[in-house]
Design a protein around this ligand. Sequence first.
Ligand SMILES: NC(=O)c1ccc[n+]([C@@H]2O[C@H](COP(=O)([O-])OP(=O)(O)OC[C@H]3O[C@@H](n4cnc5c(N)ncnc54)[C@H](OP(=O)(O)O)[C@@H]3O)[C@@H](O)[C@H]2O)c1
Length: 198
Amino acid sequence: MTTIAVLGNGRVGGNLAAALTRAGHEVTVADRTPGAAVAAARTAQIVINATPGAGSLDLFVALREELRGKILVDVSNATVDAPDGLPADLLYPGSSLAEQLQEALPETRVVKTLNTMLFPVMTAPATLTRAPDAFLSGEDPKAKQTVREVLIDLGWREEWITDLGGIQSARATEAAILFVPHVIRSSGFVPFAISIAR
Ligand SMILES: NC(=O)c1ccc[n+]([C@@H]2O[C@H](COP(=O)([O-])OP(=O)(O)OC[C@H]3O[C@@H](n4cnc5c(N)ncnc54)[C@H](OP(=O)(O)O)[C@@H]3O)[C@@H](O)[C@H]2O)c1
C-alpha cells in the first residue's frame, strides 16, 4: 500500500484515483480548494500530476517543499489548444513539461508516464484490441521501478511497460499528443494508446 496524492480531479485524476483506491492504495485527491494540493502532497509518498499541463509548472514549483524527496508522476500534456479545445501544438517545443518540472524540482524524482493514451486506457489497458505501451521516462531507476509497480496495480503487464530512458525521452512521448486531435476527429472519442509495434 502506497500513499498517493492525485492533483487534479478531472477525467484523468478521478479515473486514476478510483482505480488506485480499488488496488488498495491510500489515495487523496486535490482540487483547486485552497490548501488542498499542499495538504495532499505533504502526506503522500507519490504525487500524480493530473492537472492541465499549461498550469502545471507553476502549481508544482509552489509545492517544492512538499515534493522534496518524493516521486512526481507526470501524466499530463502541456499544449497550446485549438478553438475546439483539442491540442494544436506543444507548449514546450525543444523541451517538455517533464524536463521543466525535473529542472525546477531537482530534489524530486519526476517520472513521465501514461500521457500517450486516452484516460480510460490508463486503468484498463487490457480492453484494447491490441496490447498498448506505457512508456516511462525519468532519471531515477528506483523511482521508475516504483511507478512500474503502480502501473502493474492498474492492470498493466510487465511486457507492456517500456522504459525509454532519462527525462529527456519525455519529449518524445509528449510530442505524441500531436496525434490525438487528428485521431479523435477521424475516429471519434474511442479509447486508444500510441504504441510501438514490434
Ligand atoms: N483526457 C485524457 O484522455 C488525457 C490523456 C492523457 C493525458 N491527459 C492529460 O492529463 C491532464 C488532465 O486531463 P483531464 O482530461 O483530466 O483534464 P480535466 O478533465 O480538465 O481535469 C483537470 C482537472 O485539474 C483541475 N485543476 C486545474 N488546475 C488545478 C490546480 N491548480 N490545482 C488542482 N486542480 C487543478 C481542474 O479543475 P477545474 O475544473 O476547477 O479547472 C480539473 O478538475 C492534462 O494535462 C491532460 O493533457 C489527458
